[in-house]
Design a protein around this ligand. Structure first.
Ligand code: SF4
Ligand code: SF4
Length: 102
């Protein structure tokens, strides 16, 4: 697994680099992944990016070849989008107030 980072959307805030458990992301004028082969697809960086600049490539078991996962934050809500290889998109919304309620 690995990610792609949009240099056009990235504002170099560094939030993705802070949360990456493998210290794989570096930031200069924009963020970039230094060793993509070491990414294990936790999606922390995708969720944390305030600009929706990161997309995670999904394996065949989670979206199929060419599928990509992105996220958009809206307060307590995170809107996850899976872009399928056939062009269709599935969106799942998670409310952190509910998921952290127990
Ligand atoms: S998906 Fe996880 S391991 Fe991969 S770059 Fe993002 S934070 Fe790091
Ligand atoms: S969190 Fe998003 S905007 Fe911030 S450095 Fe990473 S990719 Fe760029």
């Amino acid at each position: 697994m690995s990610i792609e980072i949009s240099r056009e959307k990235c504002v170099a805030c560094g939030a993705c680099a802070v949360v990456c458990p493998g210290t794989l992301i570096w930031v200069d004028a924009a963020a970039y992944i230094k060793t993509p082969d070491n990414c294990w697809g936790c999606a922390s960086c995708v969720k944390e990016c305030p600009r929706g600049a990161i997309r995670l490539y999904l394996g065949a078991d989670a979206g199929g070849r060419g599928g990509k996962l992105s996220a958009r934050r809206d307060g307590a809500l995170t809107h996850w989008s899976v872009e399928k290889p056939d062009g269709k998109t599935v969106e799942i919304t998670v409310d952190s107030r509910e998921s952290n309620a127990y």
